[in-house]
Design a binder for this molecule. Structure first.
Ligand code: SAM
Length: 174
């Protein structure tokens, strides 16, 4: 019986750490105008398809969360750049990137996304609440300086017609 105590304690400690991590991640975001909601895994495929990333292109995620879109873009050969304010989500992103051998292709700026430099972007990912979308639309169309594909999850831009739409994902060309 005694030999079961150590594995049991390890599992309890692991679960506690996991709960603490989730709490830290979520509590950080509670006060943000744009809180953390991860893109559903089933939508990532459509997002990457509409983004049509070519090797060497730059993909920027405005509010990159746990980095799942950065990882998917980097797997297609993109230089993937995130802007994220939550340090716990940045840490998760960088750990994932390391584990998947994609560290060289992924970077995350701990910086306000409303100051993101979009000039080099070939692709921009946007996932915001409905009330954020007009600001996102203005920011993206004013600050990206070439033909950029903008892939928007769930809530479309209010003032622009999408070039394509599939499964609640909207593609715009700037
Ligand atoms: C809706 S989530 C999207 C996460 C990720 N892009 C995805 O699709 O799974 C928005 C993210 O933006 C981050 N965020 C909110 N306000 C921000 C700001 N001003 N600057 C940078 N990141 C911000 C949040 O911490 C959160 O991770």
């Amino acid at each position: 019986m005694q030999f079961l105590i150590i594995p049991f304690l390890l599992i309890v400690v692991f679960l506690l750490l996991f709960v603490i991590l989730i709490f830290l991640v979520l509590s950080f975001d509670i006060f943000l105008e744009l809180p953390y909601v991860a893109t559903e895994h089933k939508k990532i495929e459509t997002i990457i398809k509409l983004a049509a990333i070519k090797k060497g292109e730059t993909a920027i995620d405005l509010g990159s969360g746990d980095g799942r879109l950065l990882l998917a873009a980097a797997q297609k050969g993109a230089i993937a750049v995130g802007y994220e304010v939550n340090p716990f989500l940045i840490a998760i992103t960088l750990i994932h990137a390391k584990l998947k051998g994609l560290s060289e292709n992924i970077s995350v700026y701990k910086q306000n996304l409303w100051n993101a430099d979009l000039k080099t972007a070939d692709v921009i990912f946007v996932y915001g609440r409905q009330k954020n979308m007009e600001r996102f639309e203005n920011y993206v169309f004013r600050n990206s300086n070439k033909k950029t594909r903008v892939v928007v999850n769930t809530n479309p831009f209010p003032g622009k017609k999408p070039h394509k739409e599939e499964n609640g994902i909207f593609l715009y060309l700037t």
